[in-house]
Design a binder for this molecule. Structure first.
Ligand code: F6P
Length: 320
């Protein structure tokens, strides 16, 4: 192995830059040449590839987004796209690829692996919905950004004695809602992985009001339904002076937390070690605070992400 390339793909996540830096620096430290692919798999197919030296990845560890840019590129699901990507890598003399991204990116890495090209996946998505790891790069930062918003909304909710439905990203996963909800003392957390009953939600709001509680915060994961629709249904059970706040893409930006930077650094170095050992077709992860590697095909086909549902129960017991 002499030359490796890195790409970031799918929705960006704070800490992706720290991961790119770690891959590049570790590879250079080990005597490899490093290339960066712009715009994920779209750039790979187009041959948008550039050499990365030590200084090229300087001053990025603290930056949100991805300086390699990203793209959603469903065309990479076709064999034609995959073979074209491999052709481009070969043209540059690249013999290993590190893919940083979420579910869709892992499928791209899996396809390259199936064609015999060594690719390693690093989990980078705010959603924390990737099997094979307890945490993904960007989840901690996004959760803290949501938490900051919850704290701010609590101020205005209290002043006006209002109920707030705060819709947060996460695609089909409730991890961000769960963690930020518990940390923010939310009255209720609504996630796709757990049923809810609107009559019970309304009852909880009403009980708080009757006790003289001034604010009520409901954290809603976007995978359940939209915040406005949820608020309209809640209104059928009474007038709780409800407002809706959809946090959206605000949550995807910003400087990564220390935890995300460390996670990204560990994952990046591990990915290079695996390629140096001549291994491909793996994805790295953190399990029980240990960096691990697992078969990417097996992880995607048989692994299933589950959020920490003990947080759901805990919140019911301590936040009302
Ligand atoms: O996967 C990350 C994520 O931010 C999800 O939480 C969200 O549902 C989706 O991406 C939004 O995608 P886009 O940026 O393409 O609108």
């Amino acid at each position: 192995m002499k030359r490796i390339a890195i790409l970031t793909s799918g929705g960006d996540a704070p800490g992706m830059n720290a991961a790119v830096r770690a891959v590049a620096r570790k590879a250079i430290f080990e005597g490899l040449e490093v290339y960066g692919v712009n715009y994920g798999f779209a750039g790979l197919v187009a041959g948008d590839i550039r050499r990365l030296d030590v200084a090229d990845v300087g001053d990025i560890i603290q930056r949100g987004g991805t300086f390699l840019y990203s793209a959603r590129y469903p065309e990479f699901a076709t064999e034609e796209g995959q073979l074209k990507g491999i052709e481009q890598l070969k043209k540059f003399g690249i013999d290993g690829l590190v893919v940083i991204g979420g579910d869709g990116s892992y499928h791209g890495a899996m396809a390259l692996t199936r064609h015999g090209f060594p690719a390693i996946g690093i989990p980078g998505t705010i959603d924390n919905d990737i099997p094979g790891t307890d945490y993904t790069i960007g989840f901690d930062t996004a959760t803290n950004t949501v938490l900051e918003s919850i704290d701010r909304i609590r101020d205005t909710a209290t002043s006006h004695v209002r109920t707030f439905v705060i819709e947060v990203m996460g695609r089909n996963a409730g991890d961000i809602a769960l963690w930020a909800g518990v940390a923010g003392g939310a009255d209720d957390i609504i996630i796709p992985e757990h049923d809810f009953d609107m009559a019970e939600v309304a009852q909880r709001v009403k009980e708080g009001r009757d006790r003289g509680k001034k604010h009520c915060l409901i954290i809603l994961a976007e995978g359940v339904k939209g915040g406005n629709e949820f608020a309209e249904e809640l209104a059928e059970y009474g007038d709780f002076h409800t407002r809706v706040s959809i946090l959206g893409h605000v949550v995807r930006g910003g400087s990564p937390t220390a935890r995300d930077r460390v996670l990204a650094s560990k994952f990046g170095a591990k990915a290079v070690e695996l390629l140096l050992e001549g291994k491909g077709g793996l994805c790295v992860g953190m399990r029980n605070e240990e960096v691990v590697a697992s078969d990417i095909i097996d992880t995607l086909e048989n692994g299933k992400h589950q959020p920490d549902l003990s947080l759901y129960k805990l919140n019911k017991e301590i936040s009302f």
